[in-house]
Design a protein. Structure first.
Length: 442
């Protein structure tokens, strides 16, 4: 796989490049150089405002805070995903990509100028409290989020384990805002979970794209494949907000032996990448169905787009989030950092999914089922069997029968009862295998 130098990060946001032209701004006596007179005049204006504030503002201000504020305002004017980070925020982001932080467990972005939940992280306080993808966070601790940057919002939502945060949320379909008081906790970001839906059909859920995701997925696939001929796989990318670009490429590469995975195009030639698949030691030819929804963003969309365009998988679910830009994390001289949008990415067919997202091959919305309704539905669907009779005779024991259900069997049963998209994907894979056998005459 061809790669470029540096670490490129695609985020829906959990929580280089010089400035335009050859523009350099120095503070403290260094010279200022600009390519044009216009740029020079703009720098002069900035310095004039800084000087006026220092001399005439009603109370003294820290010069560094003023400069940081100016930089934040400048970067915020670019797009929703570019941001300036203080030293502490930069270090926190680096820790985050390694898979652990303390907070409530939601992925947020700015959409239509509103702080929006891309997805709650499964099993976290936010998920348990009932926060949903698409929720608009309008207040944090009673403070309006209007004009609040992503970094400011993340900083307010995060905190020490055991402390509480108050979120006011607008949800489509609700007549008034919802109030949530959530207790923060350490968020261990498990990237991959897996199980067997049947003895021959596997299920893998990828929740994030972090530094260890591709290796974790490889291990999960090896466990599923061990000692059996796999007849199909459900790859669940729903509510996966993205993460590292290279991890997305490596995940797609696990299922592709050749072909383009993704390309990126920016203003500078160094931002133009072409990532291609290579033949893996383990050949995987079984059919794959990828589950996506509106919470599947950036890196998730790269994987779904690569498998769809290379005709390696069927995409099932609803249209994805539509984040088709690449952010580069640039460390700055004082330990702070710049998260800068430097390129757009394109699927193998040359399609940009910015705003449009990935359109599934099979459109199927998730239909939530309440627990008691799921149990009633299961009973309604069942025929009366011998085992249901009060005085039924016990059957003969054999090697294939086991007393009771294992925890894994129960988990699979509950998943299939409550998740119509997984259930439909499983039926498709079963039908796929049935028609394959008929076609082959076996």
């Amino acid at each position: 796989m061809r790669t470029s130098k540096g670490k490129l990060i695609l985020c829906a946001f959990l929580i280089g490049s010089c400035l335009a032209g050859a523009l350099f701004l120095a503070v403290g006596g260094r010279s200022v150089h600009a390519d044009t007179d216009t740029e020079y005049k703009n720098i002069e204006l900035l310095m004039e405002v800084l000087r006026r504030i220092e001399e005439d503002y009603v109370e003294p201000k820290d010069p560094q805070k003023l400069i940081y504020g100016a930089i934040k305002g400048m970067v915020r004017s670019l797009d929703a995903h570019s941001s300036f980070m203080t030293r502490e925020e930069h270090q926190e982001l680096m820790m985050e990509t390694k898979g652990r932080f303390s907070g409530v467990g939601i992925e947020i972005t700015v959409k239509d100028n509103l702080l929006t939940v891309v997805s709650p992280i499964e099993g976290t306080p936010a998920h348990k409290a009932g926060i949903k993808a698409g929720d608009k966070i309008i207040k944090i601790e009673g403070k309006s989020t209007k004009d609040m940057s992503l970094l400011e919002a993340v900083k307010m939502i995060r905190g020490k384990k055991g402390t509480k945060v108050h979120l006011t949320v607008f949800r489509k379909g609700e007549q008034k805002p919802l109030e949530f008081v959530i207790t923060r906790d350490v968020i261990p970001l498990v990237s991959v979970r897996h199980l067997l839906l049947t003895p021959e059909i596997g299920y893998v859920r990828v929740m994030h794209f972090r530094t260890n995701t591709s290796s974790d997925l490889r291990k999960a696939l090896e466990e599923i494949e061990k000692g059996r001929q796999v007849k199909g796989l459900v790859l669940d990318l729903r509510n996966n907000p993205g993460g590292l670009l290279m991890q997305a490429a490596e995940v797609a590469d696990l299922f592709l032996d050749a072909g383009l995975i993704v390309s990126t195009r920016g203003r500078k030639s160094g931002q133009n990448l072409t990532l291609s698949a290579h033949k893996d030691l383990k050949e995987r030819t079984y059919p794959i169905i990828v589950l996506v929804n509106g919470g599947s963003a950036s890196a998730s969309e790269i994987v779904a787009g690569a498998l769809q365009d290379n005709k390696r998988a069927l995409i099932l679910g609803t249209r994805t989030f539509g984040k088709g830009s690449v952010q580069t994390i640039l460390p700055l001289s004082d330990g702070s950092g710049l998260r800068l949008t430097t390129a757009r990415y394109y699927t193998p067919n040359g399609t940009s999914i910015q705003l449009s997202g990935i359109t599934p091959d099979i459109e199927l919305a998730f239909q939530p089922v309440e627990e008691d309704k799921a149990e009633k539905e299961e009973k309604r669907r069942r025929f009366l069997r011998e085992e249901d009779l009060a005085r039924h005779m016990e059957g003969e024991k054999n090697g294939k029968q086991e007393k009771g259900e294992s925890k894994k069997d129960t988990k699979v049963k509950r998943l299939l009862e409550r998740d119509n998209q997984v259930r439909y994907a499983l039926e498709l894979l079963k039908t796929w295998n049935l028609f394959s056998r008929i076609q082959n005459g076996s």
